[in-house]
Write a protein that binds this ligand. Structure first.
Ligand code: CP
Ligand code: NVA
Length: 309
């Protein structure tokens, strides 16, 4: 068993194995009803607790469907309706859940909380998003890029807007899978330098710029996310600083003609992305959303020691 708090917990070989397994399983179950188990039902009899201290649509539904497809099941806990909301510690929650379920997915705010959960759990803990990172999302994003004909080594990925949790996991993946990242943010909204250093240490070229067009020029993949993440105050000053980083047709025109557009969703169309791009032919955001299921299945199989890496 292994925790999946960040992509580095798995490493490059396991991440590559996850992507291959996800592609294989996705192809093999084509045509089956969405909740029908894969023929080998590798997690039959296993139950995963989904613990949410923040809102979710995709993460919640995709983990549930992923577990059904693997032959297992989930149960759902949130702060409002569990004792977490009344102050029971994550340490005690981790020890109790470890006696009752086979794995725990946690979405929370402070990354230190998931580290605390993992320290006290004796079953795998999976990061379903913290303020610091969103590793499951990036497994789905890499899968989506590959499905759309992109090879990871040397890929030019461009990020626009806020230097947030999703960008951090992209940078972590870049160091592991050897792709390059151009980051265009306003001053003061750059990513945590730890993640930039991690990417560079792994051999990725990372460019930090305040000019969106410079980042877009010749890129293979353009990515953005909400300007205001969960738990952040909606500040007029921040929205004004972000305005020049909208992914719109003019910015897409700077990229390679076959570039794709990714967004983890939920999107704020008209803010970080124009409607023309979001609804346009280069946008693959709904493939990306669906791929959360297929990515999570391979994360789960890895965490449960069933991927052989
Ligand atoms: N992309 C993503 O994690 O979506 P949710 O917040 O809906 O889970
Ligand atoms: N950066 C966003 C991602 C949502 C999936 C947030 O943390 O709210």
């Amino acid at each position: 068993m292994a925790h999946f708090l960040d992509l580095s917990d798995a490493g490059a070989d396991a991440l590559a194995a996850m992507i291959n397994d996800a592609l294989d399983r996705k192809a093999a179950r084509a045509g089956l009803p969405k909740a029908a188990p894969d023929p080998d039902a590798p997690l039959e009899g296993h139950v995963l607790a989904l613990v949410f201290e923040k809102s979710s649509t995709r993460t919640r539904v995709s983990f549930d469907i992923a577990m059904r497809q693997l032959g297992g099941s989930v149960l759902l806990l949130d702060s409002a309706s569990s004792q977490l909301g009344r102050g029971e510690t994550l340490a005690d929650t981790a020890r109790v859940l470890s006696r009752m379920v086979d794995g725990i997915m946690l979405r929370t705010d402070d990354h230190a909380k998931i580290e605390e959960m993992a320290r006290h759990a004796s079953v795998p803990v999976i990061n379903g998003l913290t303020d610091r990172s969103h590793p499951c999302q990036i497994v789905a994003d890499l899968l989506t890029a590959i499905e759309h004909g992109k090879a990871l080594p040397g890929l030019e990925v461009a990020w626009f807007g806020d230097g947030n949790n999703v960008l951090h996991s992209i940078l972590e993946a870049a160091g592991l899978m050897k792709f390059n990242v151009r980051v265009a943010t306003p001053a003061g909204y750059e990513p945590d330098p730890t993640f930039v250093a991690m990417a560079r240490a792994g051999g990725a070229a990372v460019t930090l710029t305040q000019d969106a067009a410079t980042a877009a020029r010749g890129a293979d993949v353009l990515v953005t996310d909400t300007w205001i993440s969960m738990g952040q105050a909606e500040a007029e000053e921040k929205l004004a600083a972000m305005a020049p980083y909208q992914v719109n047709a003019a910015l897409m025109a700077e990229a390679k003609p076959d570039a794709i557009f990714l967004h983890c969703l939920p999107a704020h169309v008209g803010d970080e992305v124009s409607e023309e791009v979001f609804e346009g032919p280069q946008s693959v955001v709904f493939d990306e959303a669906e791929n959360r299921i297929h990515a999570q299945k391979s994360v789960l199989l890895w965490a449960f020691g069933k991927l052989g890496v």
